[in-house]
Design a protein around this ligand. Structure first.
Ligand code: SF4
Ligand code: SF4
Length: 203
């Protein structure tokens, strides 16, 4: 695996841009996590593919060979310091050990899938707001809904010898900021209503 400090810094800048975008979904993930816990405790079997992605997925172990050396750059004991969720086995291979009480405990360079994934619930919120017109039954990655240069695997060190020009990074960041601005410019009550329609507050 190749580690290029400049590329990793650029990846982190992009992931922060994306976190600002995802933050506009407000409490959607919190509601989803609470509903998942409730349905799991009740032994519900239907609709489990819609449960909280971090509880039914395990990107830490799925991407371990790439993720561990990256995280060890800043802290060799990063994995021991995680406090994994206190729940039994979930469907899929979850829960992910990086899931903490307030979300993911990995502070930078999260797996690419976690950084770019829009779950079906998020897609439906975007569709209600006329910001997306594609199918909403399965999760997509952000590059599936807006045009972006395919640079993340090279920045993350996943591609041997992958080269990324500064213009491509700038283009990526601009496209994300533009789309974030489109979502942010929706009237806040309308955005909240689209989130509430997906998962009500006490879901
Ligand atoms: S990203 Fe989607 S599936 Fe994952 S916790 Fe948030 S709302 Fe739930
Ligand atoms: S966002 Fe964090 S907790 Fe969720 S699957 Fe990815 S690494 Fe695990």
């Amino acid at each position: 695996m190749q580690m290029n400090s400049l590329y990793l810094r650029q990846f982190h800048e992009i992931e922060r841009d994306l976190w600002r975008f995802f933050a506009l979904f407000g409490d959607l993930c919190g509601r989803c996590a609470r509903r998942t816990l409730r349905e799991s405790t009740e032994g519900q079997r239907r609709g489990r593919d819609q449960w909280c992605c971090c509880m039914i997925d395990n990107q830490v172990h799925d991407t371990w060979e790439l993720l561990n050396p990256l995280q060890c750059r800043s802290d060799r004991r990063w994995y021991e310091k995680l406090t994994p969720p206190a729940m039994g086995r979930m469907p899929g291979n979850g829960p992910c050990p990086a899931l903490g009480p307030t979300g993911c405990q990995i502070r930078q360079l999260r797996p690419i899938t976690c950084t770019t994934q829009l779950c079906a619930k998020m897609l439906r919120v975007l569709r209600r707001l006329n910001l997306f017109d594609g199918p909403t039954d399965l999760a997509l990655q952000i590059e599936d809904i807006i045009v972006l240069p395919a640079i993340l695997p090279a920045l993350y060190g996943q591609l041997k010898g992958g080269r990324v020009l500064p213009d491509a990074v700038a283009q990526y960041r601009l496209a994300i900021r533009d789309y974030t601005q489109r979502l942010a410019s929706v009237d806040a009550p309308a955005r909240q209503a689209a989130i509430d329609a997906e998962l009500p507050v006490d879901a």
